[in-house]
Design a protein around this ligand. Structure first.
Ligand SMILES: [Zn+2]
Length: 919
């Protein structure tokens, strides 16, 4: 008899209180999972669990499992025939069958479940690209599976106690089609023939229990893995499919493999990945005092990955955006991937060897890995060839600030009551602000003290779960033992940490200067104030101040500790003689704060930023001016003028990339609507001329071309792009080829044509077919989706909308994402306008019926922001007021939406006003 869970399609989160209850009783858990993972959409198998209990719990103990059905649940040999034991994603264990006092309990369950298409649990993907080739051979389908188990999606696949602090060893056997590879946390145990036979027998029996004809699975092979170390459930991993790989075995390092699906294996830069990984292992070994703690290290590119990457023990999964599909990657793109590689690797120690007790300490996990990746990338000698500087850290810090200035901001360390809340804190505070905090700690205590602290931390807590106090406590011990003269006797490290971690909001630092008649400084004050949002307070942090002379040469005042008691800090600048043109109170970017400039410095930066040699300072200015727009200290039109003036002087491609991305949002969100098309036009012309200049570095052209097509909207500019598409390259005025277009650029040009009513459908379709050719890859599929969704056709728009709000659809979350990205268009205001109101009508249903990941994607992609109406703001507020307390993730989304729209309205009005004044 099998039991199914009526609540399979409902979102139910795991409560902290339940986890604390289970932790009190359960220990020494092992999972033995024997699954058949066939092609198609279902899988099945047997799970055996061993555990001991400290004592019999006062209420019923349960496993977590979000599955279609279970059967043959036995507890210590007794079959449980109680239909209600499986409900609401839980399998309840009868107390009368459990044994207490440390005796071994044996549980076994047959499960039947379906693959998912939303990147949670066991995700399935069909590679149409490969299928074209393979369908001629035996009708083979290239189907790929991978798991994503963080935060609590392990129980979407396996019945487990899905919480980080019940670590368990697990053994896994997979029965799969013969041509598949399977990758998991440990290596395959080739000698385990007995276990292979047992697994095969187990899945055959499981098939018959669920009425599945095992012969229909076809020819199979059994992969049996070595038992894992004791690790948390969110770190287990299963990847299966016809993945291919390359291997590197080097003395002193674990065995490493890099996997990708067959049609993309040619797009891996194996050599660079292995080099970066090994450099990271060496660097972290020295800094953490422990060698890489696991047996092997596989890295695998998985299709439709739900985030950037995931640090599963010994089996890191990556999003395929990191593959260089058909393009020569820019240095910036390679640096970015190396950074992700080093981030995931750092988790092997911090997160995997020592794990947070509960999700409230997620930030420490993420900010630690984030900060360490930058530290390694800028310091490991083997990586100096990538020339990474801290300019690449700026986006992280500003991600933190941009969320810290919203009312949804939260303390870095915050209360998390269930895994639904945990899902919402994979955000700018946990990654960006947390990492900036660790950067401040590192600069404050110094490399040696931090290193001593980390050695002690890993020595003491390896294989265990910890809380924040364990981490800061260990650092404090190192600080107390080795000291730091700069900080003086009165500095209390623990109190200082508290002032950063348990509060929220960002501080503002701004200089107040009195000049002498000759332009030298009479008095320099740095004023610290609190930004409006959060539980804010003044904070102590150490800053460097740069004073620039008339030739833009800086001199520095270093290591000044800003007071957390008074707003005004009197800085001794008496040693500085001569005229000062610019003051930067956050030189070297050590501080986490909104930085303001005095009017003279601001004018000089705006006019002559290119004269500043230091790239980190230039990167800061680009970012800080953006924040000045957000705070309405300068208008969006002024920012636009600044970009036009400075972009042609900038040589660092990361800075250009960010500047142009910001400009794209600035134009569509923050400029007065009447200015949008005109400013796009100017920007396209500016960038086109820039590309054609002979003195531009080839690497600088990459971010320019990547962003260029977003500015083409007038018929003559689209015509220019079509001409380039025809010859496959951007050309100079005289027709010389200056930049070869990658496939993604060609697709961007096609995407320009589809929403435009001046081209007919026949032309559009012919162009699409010609550009995509026989490309059946997921990217090509998504391009088709975007193009189709962007057609200026009322009836078609309705169809697309209906597919987006259909919660029963079988389309993957990614395909729907591609559709959403083409839905709104400036040229179709009359067609898309009705959906602005419909969006608010349907939103509560979307929240109720679809996974939160889709809700977020739907919300951010389709929140109407082209036109701002007061009735929309009212609607958002009404929805928020009607949201019950237990839907805090939805409430937080709604309040963020309200704030973003309100901000947009004010910035547009401010720009219009300053424009009128100028006239
Ligand atoms: Zn991470």
């Amino acid at each position: 008899m099998s039991f199914s869970d009526q609540a399979y399609d409902t979102n139910i989160y795991i409560k902290r209180s339940d986890c604390e209850f289970r932790k009190e009783y359960v220990k020494d858990v092992t999972y033995n999972v024997q699954y058949c993972l066939p092609k198609g959409d279902h899988y099945f198998g047997l799970v055996n669990i061993d555990l001991t209990l400290n004592k019999i719990p006062h209420s019923r103990l349960f496993l977590d499992f979000r599955g279609v059905s279970i059967s043959g649940l036995t507890v210590n040999g007794t079959l449980v025939e109680e239909a209600t034991c499986f409900r609401d994603h839980k399998i309840y264990l009868p107390s009368n069958l459990l044994l207490g006092d440390g005796q071994n309990n044996k549980i076994s369950i047959n499960v039947h479940n379906k693959y998912r298409k939303d990147g949670m649990g066991l995700h399935t993907f069909n590679d149409n690209q490969d299928n074209v080739r393979l369908q001629f051979i035996n009708n083979i389908q290239a189907q790929y599976l991978y798991t994503q188990f963080e935060a609590d999606y392990c129980h979407f696949v396996i019945p487990v106690f899905d919480q980080p602090d019940i670590k368990a060893k697990w053994t896994f056997s997979a029965v799969v089609p013969t041509e598949w590879n399977v990758v998991s946390n440990e290596a395959v145990d080739e000698s385990a023939s007995e276990r292979m036979e047992t697994a095969l027998a187990a899945v055959k029996q499981s098939a018959s229990i669920f009425g599945i004809d095992f012969a229909s699975v076809g020819d199979v092979k059994v992969h049996t893995f070595h038992q894992s170390f004791k690790i948390s459930t969110y770190l287990y991993a299963i990847c299966a499919g016809p993945y291919e790989y390359q291997e590197r075995v080097t003395e002193g390092f674990p065995k490493m493999r890099i996997y990708a699906r067959r049609s993309l294996i040619k797009d891996c830069d194996f050599s660079e990945m292995f080099t970066v990984t090994q450099a990271g292992m060496k660097f972290y070994h020295d800094l953490f005092g422990k060698q890489y703690p696991f047996n092997k290290y596989d890295q695998i590119f998985t299709p439709e990955h739900s985030s950037g990457a995931m640090e599963n023990v010994g089996c890191v999964t990556y999003n395929e955006i990191y593959l260089f599909r058909g393009e020569v990657p820019s240095l910036a793109k390679r640096q970015k991937f190396s950074n992700t590689n080093l981030h995931e690797l750092a988790h092997m120690w911090f997160g995997n060897l020592v794990t947070m007790k509960w999700w409230n300490d997620l930030w420490l996990n993420e900010s630690f890995a984030t900060f360490m990746a930058y530290l390694c990338q800028t310091n490991a000698p083997e990586l100096s060839y990538q020339k990474t500087s801290w300019v690449t850290f700026l986006p992280l810090k500003f991600w933190g600030i941009s969320e810290d200035i919203l009312s949804k901001t939260h303390p870095i360390t915050c209360e998390i009551n269930d895994t639904g809340e945990a899902e919402t804190i994979f955000d700018g505070i946990s990654y960006g602000k947390g990492a900036s905090f660790l950067q401040i700690v590192y600069n404050l205590l110094g490399h040696d003290v931090v290193k001593q602290g980390l050695h002690a931390y890993f020595d003491k807590y390896q294989w265990q779960n910890t809380e924040l106090k364990d981490f800061v406590g260990t650092l404090n011990e190192a600080y107390t033992q080795y000291g730091n003269e700069k900080l003086g006797k009165d500095f209390n490290f623990l109190e200082w940490c508290d002032s950063w971690l348990t509060t929220s909001g960002v501080n503002i630092l701004e200089p107040q200067i009195t000049y002498n008649a000759d332009g030298s400084i009479r008095q320099l004050l740095v004023k610290q104030t609190n930004d409006l949002r959060g539980k804010n307070k003044l904070r102590a942090q150490m800053i460097d101040i740069a004073l620039y002379d008339e030739n833009f040469q800086p001199t520095f005042i270093r290591d000044y500790m800003i007071s957390d008691k008074v707003e005004l800090n009197d800085i001794d600048a008496s040693h500085h003689v001569g005229k000062v043109t610019i003051i930067n109170v956050n030189a070297n970017d050590h501080a986490y704060a909104k930085i303001r400039y005095d009017q003279k410095s601001l004018d000089n930066f705006v006019a002559s930023l290119y004269k500043v040699r230091d790239e980190v300072t230039r990167g800061q200015v680009w970012r800080n001016l953006w924040l000045l727009v957000v705070d309405r200290k300068i208008s969006s039109l002024q920012y636009f003028d600044f970009v036009i003036q400075q972009i042609s002087h900038e040589s660092v491609d990361q800075i250009i990339q960010v500047a142009l991305m910001n400009l794209t949002s600035l134009i569509s969100l923050y400029l007065p609507t009447s200015e949008v098309l005109g400013k796009k036009r100017i920007m396209f012309e500016t960038l086109k001329h820039l590309l054609q200049r002979s003195d531009i570095e080839p690497s600088t052209r990459v971010p320019i071309v990547d962003n260029l097509f977003g500015f083409a909207s007038s018929p003559d500019h689209i015509k220019v792009c079509l001409d380039w598409l025809e010859i496959g390259a951007i050309t100079s005025e005289s027709g010389e080829e200056i930049f070869k277009l990658a496939q993604k650029h060609k697709q961007s040009i096609v995407k320009l044509v589809f929403p435009d009513p001046s081209f007919d459908l026949e032309f559009k379709n012919a162009l699409l077919e010609k550009t995509l050719g026989d490309d059946k890859s997921d990217i090509a599929v998504n391009v088709r989706e975007t193009c189709n969704a962007s057609l200026p056709d009322t009836e078609n728009k309705r169809k697309v909308w209906d597919s987006l709000i259909d919660h029963t659809t079988q389309d993957s979350i990614y395909k729907r994402g591609a559709r959403m990205s083409g839905f709104y268009n400036w040229k179709q205001l009359d067609i898309v306008q009705p959906y602005f109101d419909e969006f608010y009508e349907i939103l509560p249903t979307i929240y109720e019926k679809t996974p939160f990941k889709y809700v977020e994607s739907f919300f951010y992609s389709l929140l109407p922001r082209m036109e701002i109406h007061d009735r929309h703001i009212v609607k958002l507020l009404q929805l928020k007021n009607a949201t019950p307390d237990n839907q805090s993730n939805f409430a937080s989304l709604l309040s963020e939406g309200t704030e973003l729209i309100l901000r947009q309205k004010l910035i547009r009005e401010f720009a219009e006003k300053s424009f009128q004044e100028k006239l």
